[in-house]
Design a protein. Structure first.
Length: 204
């Protein structure tokens, strides 16, 4: 049986949460607002702060250089290559917490919130159970990610108010191009995470 049909399946969902949660939130925003001005401003704010959240986590890891736990369990082959001294704060925890906070602030659907909360919980559980991070590293990552999500959404409210006060009218063409740019930025963020560029740069 493959891992996807084994007891490891929930932990695999958790491991990939740093990729699937940002994508899930982006889709959730679109499902509510479609291709509207409100949806564009939300998606732009989420995209920009997703990138800032990644950069913030990478910078902190390089500054703190705190060791990961010993006797780690690698759920996927790449896990064996993670930098042993880039454990604080947990990037997985910070990513899913940021996405979850933004989801709760921007989407009212209980169903979508529950799905997001489950994915977040599985991610936190996977990082601790497989000893990729200490509980403190996960807690700090979760806290910082939540704060970034809050600031990101509040920034969206400021952006919305600014557009309204300046009477900036977004045409359909600008909205469509804006969504292309926002989705491209989210795609770039996911690529950075998928290729683990932060840790690779640390080894140069």
């Amino acid at each position: 049986m493959t891992k996807w049909l084994s007891p490891e399946f929930p932990y695999l969902i958790g491991y990939y949460g740093y990729l699937t949660m940002p994508a899930f939130v982006g889709i959730s925003i679109i499902s509510k607002y479609y291709f509207s001005k409100q949806g564009l401003l939300l998606t732009l704010s989420f995209s920009v702060f997703t990138l800032l959240n990644q950069m913030f986590n990478g910078a902190l890891k390089r500054i703190v250089m705190q060791a990961r736990p010993t006797n780690q369990i690698n759920i996927v082959p790449h896990d064996a290559n993670t930098h042993p001294r880039m454990g604080m704060p947990s990037g997985h925890a910070q990513s899913v917490a940021f996405s979850l906070m933004f989801l709760f602030r921007s989407v009212e659907s209980t169903f979508l919130r529950v799905i997001g909360a489950i994915m977040t919980f599985l991610t936190l559980l996977q990082r601790i159970t497989y000893r990729k991070h200490t509980k403190l590293q996960v807690l700090v990552g979760f806290t910082l990610g939540s704060l970034m999500g809050y600031v990101g959404y509040e920034s969206h409210k400021w952006l919305k108010a600014t557009f309204e006060s300046l009477k900036i009218d977004l045409t359909d063409a600008k909205i469509n191009m804006g969504f292309i740019g926002a989705f491209s930025l989210i795609g770039l963020c996911l690529l950075i995470d998928k290729l683990h560029l932060v840790e690779k740069l640390r080894k140069l």
